[in-house]
Design a protein around this ligand. Structure first.
Ligand SMILES: C[S@@+](CC[C@H](N)C(=O)[O-])C[C@H]1O[C@@H](n2cnc3c(N)ncnc32)[C@H](O)[C@@H]1O
Length: 252
């Protein structure tokens, strides 16, 4: 059905996985949605909240295919011509490592009303699962979120220098490059004993956690991961294994 006035597009944060970590605003927009374009990482329980919407997987896992991205931009613009409420649902928070800016720019250029609904980013869910604060008085006053992942045609940046300067670092999309990450940070002068926490499927019942060190991080290559993974580095994670187990016992 063709509508006269274009609809509105919402870029909505799906949160890290657990449906009860959706914001109330996200849940309201999803319940009202006519169509939802979602990433591969969005949990089925979150999608279920969009009970009356047509749900369309747009499949990108790491935001690195520019052709696919242009195609998604066009589909959002086209959908707004047909529907009142269009949702672009992205894992975690849409404004972090989610190519939100390209979608916002394309929608604004097409004269379409767009609103962003934030979500809980994976780093914060991982900190909660570990039971470890990312900042700590006297130990950590800075936190960085980085990715070593470089998209097609993009210049690499010096993410390792950024991590080396921070007290605490959270590395997105890095689990497959553990050996290179370890080597790059050791070369920047980080100690081999630096604690590293690894969290898979943060916020979900099937979440798994490992505690290691920067020097031993290449051993991660032997793990068969079953879901998205974050690497968290910093002195705050010393003893994180014990604290994580306690946090899980309390939640169970
Ligand atoms: C394309 S980025 C999107 C990040 C998302 N916008 C956010 O704010 O969390 C995908 C990466 O986020 C991390 N990630 C997302 N969900 C996660 C989860 N539940 N547990 C651990 N890592 C997660 C992984 O590093 C994954 O490769």
């Amino acid at each position: 059905m063709k509508r006269n006035a274009p609809g509105k597009v919402y870029l909505v944060g799906a949160g890290p996985g657990a449906a009860d970590l959706l914001t109330l605003r996200a849940a309201r927009v999803l319940a009202d949605a006519d169509v939802v374009f979602h990433d591969a990482l969005v949990h089925p329980d979150v999608l279920a909240v969009a009970s009356r919407a047509e749900r369309i997987a747009v499949g990108k896992r790491c935001g690195k295919h520019s052709t696919a991205q242009r195609f998604i931009n066009k589909r959002l613009v086209d959908a707004a011509a047909k529907h009142r409420v269009v949702v672009r649902l992205k894992g975690g928070d849409p404004m972090l490592f989610g190519r939100a800016q390209e979608e916002l720019d394309a929608l604004r250029a097409a004269g379409i009303d767009v609103e962003v609904v934030p979500g809980v980013t994976a780093a914060l869910a991982a900190a909660a699962d570990l039971g470890v604060s990312l900042t700590r008085r006297g130990l950590s006053r800075s936190v960085v979120f980085v990715t070593p992942r470089v998209g097609d045609g993009e210049q690499p940046n010096d993410w390792a220098a950024t991590v080396a300067r921070a007290d605490t670092a959270v590395i997105y999309m890095g689990a497959g490059e553990a050996a290179a990450i370890s080597a790059a940070l050791l070369a920047r002068g980080k100690p081999s004993s630096l604690p590293v926490a690894v969290v898979e499927n943060a916020s979900l019942p099937e979440s798994r956690r490992w505690l290691t060190t920067l020097g031993a991080l290449p051993g991660l290559a032997d793990e068969a991961f079953r879901g998205p993974v974050l690497l968290l580095l910093g002195e705050v994670f010393a003893g994180a294994g014990r604290e994580a187990d306690e946090a899980y016992r309390r939640r169970a």
